[in-house]
Design a protein around this ligand. Structure first.
Ligand code: NIG
Ligand code: FE
Length: 418
């Protein structure tokens, strides 16, 4: 049994606790349940008590001697951040494409010429499993330094049975070997690999008949994601793949309406996806349908910035009753960042989401987008002690002093990791 930890005197303890269950919508997204002079008691990795410092001093007056005491005077404390959308395990790097895009080439032009996702697929196929683990661990370390204690991780740079399984086995190993909780998503439908050019339907069949059964039999994924985009997978193909995944218990997610409007938001609502990602070009009707169906919009403002595109209509989505989460989209092509604090800043600046909404989108709603809200995403009794202590004194300051990493300390399951 480890020593209890008593964190006390936080200037603001944003617990994100609310009585209602499920992803937060509209004004619920602004309610952070803040305690002044806040305090947490942690035992064996679990939050045992949350309250003011005076309340916990009284409750634990006979046990103070046993505890490791952390003085948080002047600091903001929040739940560990959750990144619900990453392409974590990959080989190589694509800085040359960054330059090409600055010179005028578009993301899809580069991909259609055999670069983009295809170039990372080549490099990922060539990289041995052990090396992919080493490279991804560096990214996870960087996530932790930015206060991120839970991430989703997609395959999608293997694009054949062997290499998709290799990527997902890497994710499984990372989950065992790194403190971060990592939730795996199968994304065999990230692109049609070059060897299937002109035989797109055959690749869809390969996903459905071989990849999905193999992924399911090794229990390597929780979610099934598709890049539904003009020139990648059509809405019809996306629906077939996601419906097929459901038969194996894989929950649908969709990269929807990123580059062109394509009915992705509507499809997410129709098939009951847990989340739809990107949505830069989502139609008003699609937004309405997502609100009705309770599909979480997972918005990626760093991707929009990096691709020099206009951000998604986050403000409009929240006002329409869509639950909004935000994410880095960490990947080597469209968003090579591990900074969720930057993503929160950008959510405010580019989508007119308030500082409070941004924090909800990066914690509780992000946890909902990957089915982890019972364990992480808020600071409540019985939940994992995933905690960030920031070098700012209030949550508005966290979003206002932008582009800076304000993390001071991080605990994962009650263990000090930063
Ligand atoms: O979410 N848009 C599709 N997939 C990724 C980018 C992948 C890549 O360029 O390697 C995304 O942005
Ligand atoms: Fe993505």
């Amino acid at each position: 049994m480890s020593k209890p930890i008593w964190i006390r005197h936080a200037a603001q303890l944003a617990t994100l606790a609310q009585s209602s269950k499920g992803p937060r919508i509209k004004e619920q997204m602004s309610e952070l349940s803040i305690l002044k002079d806040g305090s947490l008691w942690i035992e064996d990795g679990i939050i045992e008590a949350v309250g003011t410092s005076a309340q916990l001093a009284e409750k634990y007056k006979d046990r103070v001697e046993e505890a490791e005491i952390i003085d948080a005077t002047g600091h903001l404390i929040t739940p560990g951040l959750v990144d619900p959308h990453t392409h974590l395990p990959y080989g190589g790097s694509r800085e040359r494409e960054f330059e090409m895009r600055l010179e005028g080439a578009t993301y899809m032009e580069i991909m259609n010429a055999g670069g983009g996702i295809h170039s990372t697929t080549r490099m990922t196929r060539q990289t041995p499993e052990d090396e992919l683990v080493v490279q991804a661990k560096r990214r996870l370390d960087s996530f932790l330094k930015h206060g991120v204690t839970t991430v989703e991780a997609k395959s999608g740079y293997g694009l054949d049975v062997e290499n998709e399984l290799k990527q997902l086995r890497v994710v499984k190993r990372l989950n065992e070997e790194h403190p971060t909780d990592i939730i795996p998503t199968f994304m065999g439908a990230h692109a049609v690999p070059v060897e299937f050019k002109g035989r797109e339907e055959d690749y869809v069949d390969l996903i459905i008949n071989e990849m999905l059964p193999a992924v399911a039999s090794e229990k390597l994924a929780v979610f099934n994601d598709v890049f539904c985009e003009v020139g990648v997978f059509t809405p019809e193909q996306s629906e077939r793949i996601l419906e097929a995944g459901k038969k194996y218990g894989l929950i649908p997610k969709i990269h929807a309406d990123e580059i062109e409007p394509y009915g992705g938001a509507e499809l997410a609502a129709k098939i009951g996806a847990i989340s739809a990602e990107h949505l830069l070009k989502a139609s008003d009707e699609g937004i309405e349908k997502m609100a009705e169906a309770g599909v979480i919009a997972c918005l990626l403002p760093a991707t929009a910035l990096f691709l020099r595109e206009e951000a998604a209509k986050g403000r409009k989505m929240i006002d329409a009753g869509v639950p909004v989460a935000i994410s880095t989209d960490c990947n080597p092509g469209s968003s090579p960042t591990t900074s969720m604090p930057l993503v929160m800043n950008l959510a405010c600046i580019s989508m007119r989401i308030s500082p409070a909404e941004a924090l909800t989108a990066a914690t509780y709603n992000a946890a909902c987008a990957i089915g982890m809200e019972e364990k992480v995403g808020s600071l409540e009794v019985g939940k994992q002690a995933d905690i960030v202590l920031w070098n700012v004194s209030n949550y508005q300051e966290l979003q206002y002093l932008f582009g800076v990493n304000h993390v001071k300390s991080v605990w994962k399951k009650g263990v000090s990791v930063i």
